[in-house]
Design a binder for this molecule. Sequence first.
Ligand SMILES: [Zn+2]
Length: 666
Amino acid sequence: MKPFAAAALALAAASAFSQDVPAPIVQALAKADAGVAKIIAVKDSERTFDNTLGALDKILSDLDRDTSLFVFMQFVSTNAAERDAARAADEAISNWTIELGKREDLYKAIKAYADTNPRLEGEQARLLMFTMRDYRRAGMNLPAEKRAELTELQKNLNKLEIEFGQNIAEDETRVALMSAELKGVPQETLQRHLKIGEMYLIRLDGSTYSSIMENCSNAATREKCWVMYRRRGGQRNVRVLEKILKMRYQEAKMLGYDNVVDYQIETRMAKNAATVKKFYDDLIPIVKKKADADFEEFNAIKRKDTKDPKAVLNPWDYAYYKRMLEKTKYKVDGEKVREYFSMEDCMKGLFSITASLYGIEYKDVTSQAASLGLPIWHPEVTLYEVVDKKTGETLGHIYTDLYPREDKYSHAACWGLRGRRVNEDGTVDKPLCALVCNFAKPSADKPSLLPHDEVETLFHEFGHALHGVLTQVHYGRFSGTAVARDFVEAPSQMMENWVWDPKVLATFAKHYKTGAPIPASLLDGMNAARTLGSGLETEGQLFLGLMDQAFHLAPEGSVDTTKVANQIYETYTHYKAVPGTMFQAAFTHLTGYQGAYYGYLWSLVYAQDMFQRFEQLGVLSPETGAYYRQKVLAKGGSEDEMQMLREYLGREPSMDAFYRHLGLKK
Ligand SMILES: [Zn+2]
């Protein structure tokens, strides 16, 4: 179980564990099996929505409700045995779910109901459509021998995808550099690497690479590392990737699609390759306009720094000069900024802003957790009840677990642990989410002070939690964040805007010692620096997304990936391709996304578009919040996302807000 991550490797994980399936999980699966048997036993002539599809939704919702906390413990428990048991549970449930999707008897039962052509509306119609679509996508309507062939192909594909990832993880690329060549690189970066005399053997992991790119004043060193970073995975992985692309094409063909992209994104908001192409065609000139301006700004500082009036920015100069611009031109000192963001003030601010916007209340119910049947796995964990202010109804619960500790999940994420479901007897199962983060701990003389980007992370993750808790759907399948993958980040990305708004910050950003509000001049600098380089950076995103599209749209899946990647790089970025590099060989997202990498920019564009309404009507306006809650958050995945967006906006979606987000003025 991962927060909003593809279940791509679920098959591969099978049989990785030898541990027995924990008893509560055995029980939950037995209950689910009994439920499935009951659906199958219904006579075809007596099938109804409730005894077939509704019953299946209930089984899956209950299974999630009964097991998700147990499984979640692998990421947060302080007890090693509990974490192991959680992993074993995770594997058992994944395997059960995969098997369920292949059960012919269940497929026949549901198809028998579908064949009665029932007149359904709203969520029920959508649930039937989605279920039949998923069966078709899994090849359930193919003849038996074709299906066997497909399964074989998918198994081999899975193996190759694991190999691709492994080759990246185990990459041995080292760069030999003398101390003198590493000027400016912090000691804490260097000390992680082998030193022989005056020579370092630098292993190019992500954080080392960024540290060198940002800090090393020697351009030749940056160039060397940039090139070597783009050689990871090597020709070996280029071959693996090109094999994968051919097999993915075969898979899509067998399932009746023209290409991999159409197959992969059928279930997403964009729906097909043609829509993605149109999206990029509209976006490219906007991004280029900002990137042109960025390029000038960066060339100017490079010329000044190198005293060469003809110097031109190279890709390995970007991060270095961005740092320099931040310090010299925008004068934003991150350490100063964080003094205005104590954890306590940030949480208070976040709660009071969202409570007023969405008409809700938060109650700390940590001390009552046991009576609610909810565990508190560590003293730093807090449990909140979310209550609707108007009706007094409990909407759901949110856990927070904010500080790092040993053996805990090491990033920031929001887990949707339980969804909402209205049961046939009228009772309502309520949602439960958990915010798991790793913010700086308070010390003896200082409270926890968040760097501004972590305040942004806090608001982002809380955006997911509200999406999960404020849902009003009927069926578990559509609860909260169960939306199309290319929409799931939009509500959370939208929330990030609040931490940049002076009116919002005035409500909670106060100096932790003096209580003074954050100075306007500091905030101006932060906002000016927010869009520094946004055009060039978005061009980097365009390159990745367009490369992903080109690879997965290639006829027969046959493509010279290095040649195509370099062409795209030269066409859509401000830089020249460097011979001998093969960035795609270490681009792990090519296995996770396969034609869906565009989703990152897609959801950002729509997040900014949705935010426009708040910009115009007030970022703290309860009416605007109530409208958004009703038109977007409440709906979860129960409606077509594009239609939902249109209805919320009251017009066609537009890129105008994204245009301004990049820092362009109209
Ligand atoms: Zn997110």
